[in-house]
Design a protein around this ligand. Structure first.
Ligand SMILES: [Zn+2]
Length: 186
């Protein structure tokens, strides 16, 4: 058993508890994510990366400490939106999360969460992604992908993803299932 995980002087267990309480102050999208994280016991940690936040195949959420310093506390609405975004991907499952359609769901949940927390959203590209019809047509997904790239730039690897689940995202999901079959330690 590893010792209680720490990041500098920040107790991550207390940080996660406070983060969940912040989410529970929001509306239905924030509350749904908090409930999912609690029920699945999703671990949230900090890790250096090129993005602001990411989900892992083993079912964790990792935040970039340069964007979201742990010592600042879990009160920034954009931090909470990022957590809702990644929790949405975990709930979608790997085969959907690794698609443009899955990204649209993540961005939409993030957008709604930030709005529920009364933070301003002025980016027109983000509004475009959030307004994507559900279920989307291929043209809807291509339009959303253009908007995501306009906002996030080409380093954002959404342009590598298929529009929808296909044989390789299902294969990856199946392989990840093989390695996480034994308890929750994978
Ligand atoms: Zn995403």
């Amino acid at each position: 058993m590893p010792p209680v995980e720490r990041q500098g002087q920040v107790d991550l267990q207390r940080w996660q508890q406070a983060m969940l309480e912040s989410l529970e102050q929001g509306g239905p999208v924030c509350q749904h994510a908090a409930q999912y994280i609690r029920e699945r016991n999703v671990r949230i940690g900090f890790a250096r990366q090129s993005t602001g936040a990411r989900w892992t195949l083993s079912g964790k959420i990792e935040l970039n400490p340069r964007y979201y310093p742990p010592e600042a506390g879990p009160v920034n609405p954009y931090l909470l939106g990022a957590i809702v975004h990644e929790a949405t991907h975990l709930e979608q499952g790997i085969a959907l999360a690794l698609t443009v359609w899955g990204e649209v769901g993540g961005w939409r949940a993030d957008y709604r969460a930030v709005a529920e927390l009364h933070a301003p959203i002025q980016n027109v590209h983000w509004q475009t992604v959030a307004a994507t019809p559900e279920p989307p047509t291929d043209d809807d997904l291509r339009r959303a992908r253009r908007a995501m790239l306009a906002m996030a730039g080409w380093r954002y690897l959404v342009w590598l993803l298929p529009l929808r689940p296909n044989w390789w995202t299902r294969l990856l999901a199946w392989m990840a299932g093989l390695f996480s079959g034994k308890g929750k330690r994978a």
